[in-house]
Design a binder for this molecule. Structure first.
Ligand code: GN1
Ligand code: MG
Length: 373
């Protein structure tokens, strides 16, 4: 648990009352998990009743156009609410944002910081990698359902809030540039990691190629489908998909890929002991089973063909990003220790290796699941 300074608590209180003027804050704690925004759990008393909510400061260096982020979120929430009303079999509940006293769903403080408030989903918990096949299945099903429900969102494509976010070729170029610039003087110490990346450079354009030739449709995608962005209930069933900031036009394969990266990993995203890191094939099976059961009817042939490989691709891409940030001096992802981003990059590359070794089994599993009725 992080200890918050009295000043920060006071600040969080003064922002909270912009959304809930009657609120008497009782407890504030930091919610861990994200590398970009700062997120807090507020427990308070309002009109004689206890209430809990999530207060979040958006990182506007990363999300440079927060109004566009909120527009996308507004559209998606509205559509999801309609779907949940219409179809009682839908399990995932949409996030609920609270309006500030001026009616807007955010508040900008005197320092220009961008804040917003969401309902705290009671009884929800998350894990950083799957502990059971059921958790893997529920995660795949949650993101599959999310994608399926957004398949017919009206009003055209969402806004692009971070251009080229999952453009793996661009991410590779960014790494090359970071290596060349060597801003933090770390290039000489990552030769082995760079060799690993260059050896795989020709495998990274398949999704972009598919989007360009039309065989892969651009959909409404979540783009940050880590397992800890699904809340599970006390019975381990999917309850809610969270973290809507990177909702954008994208490929379904990005979302499955990031899900595979986090869900099937046998250790933490920043584990230092790489012997603990592998891709667990039974978790992969559970995850794909859940995802396919929700999306089979909307996937194109090319999406199906690349389903077995997208975990490999996105894990590699996120490894490139962590390594680039290490070379740039840790300017993007929040870090808590020396070489934190390098440790994270190494875990991703170990996962890529493990997936390469299990490629045939992964392909077989996907093919079999797609054939099942
Ligand atoms: C960041 O902050 P968080 O954990 O929600 C990042 C994702 C990465 C992820 C790696 C906007 O997400 O793209 O996959 O870290 N978000 C952004 O864990 O860059
Ligand atoms: Mg995120």
């Amino acid at each position: 648990m992080f200890l918050l300074s009295e000043f920060l608590k006071w600040r969080l209180h003064s922002v909270s009352v912009q959304f809930e003027p009657e609120l008497k804050v009782q407890e504030v704690s930091r919610l861990k998990g994200g590398h970009i925004n700062s997120t807090y759990h507020i427990h308070g008393m309002m009109n004689g009743r206890y209430d809990d909510f999530v207060l979040q400061r958006l990182n506007t260096k990363v999300f440079t156009e927060p109004d566009k982020v909120m527009n996308n979120i507004g559209r998606v929430c509205q559509h999801l609410k309609k779907k949940v009303r219409e179809d009682k079999s839908v399990r995932i509940i949409p996030l609920q944002f609270r309006a500030a006293s001026d009616g807007r769903y955010f508040f900008i403080d005197d320092n220009g910081e961008f804040w917003r408030v969401m309902e705290y989903v009671k009884g929800g918990f998350s894990v950083d990698h799957a502990e059971t096949v059921t958790q893997a299945y529920e995660t795949g099903k949650a993101f599959g359902e999310f994608q399926y429900l957004l398949n017919d969102i009206p009003g055209g494509p969402l806004e692009i809030t971070i251009p080229r976010f999952h453009d793996t070729v661009f991410r590779f170029e960014q790494l090359e540039e970071a290596f060349k610039q060597d801003a933090a003087g770390r290039a000489a110490s990552v030769k082995e990691e760079m060799d690993f990346c260059f050896a795989r450079k020709d495998t990274i354009s398949c999704v972009l190629d598919g989007i360009a030739d039309g065989s892969i449709p651009e959909r409404v995608t979540h783009n940050d489908t880590k397992i800890n962005n699904v809340l599970l209930d006390a019975n381990g069933k999917r309850l809610c998909v969270i973290d809507y900031d990177t909702l954008m036009p994208g490929s379904s394969l990005y979302d499955v890929g990031d899900c595979v990266r986090s869900t099937t990993r046998t250790g933490d995203e920043d584990e230092r002991d790489l012997d603990k890191i592998n891709m667990d094939i039974s978790l992969f099976e559970g995850l794909v089973r859940g995802y396919v059961s929700a999306t089979k009817n909307i996937l194109s042939e090319r999406e199906k063909e690349l389903l077995y490989f997208c975990g490999n691709l996105i894990t590699f891409e996120i490894g490139l990003r962590f390594l680039a940030d290490h070379l740039n001096g840790d300017v993007y992802f929040q870090t808590e220790r020396e070489n934190h981003n390098l440790d994270r990059a190494r875990v991703q590359f170990k996962m890529v290796k493990s997936m390469e070794e299990q490629k045939d089994a992964m392909r077989r599993i996907v093919d079999d699941l797609l054939k099942e009725k």
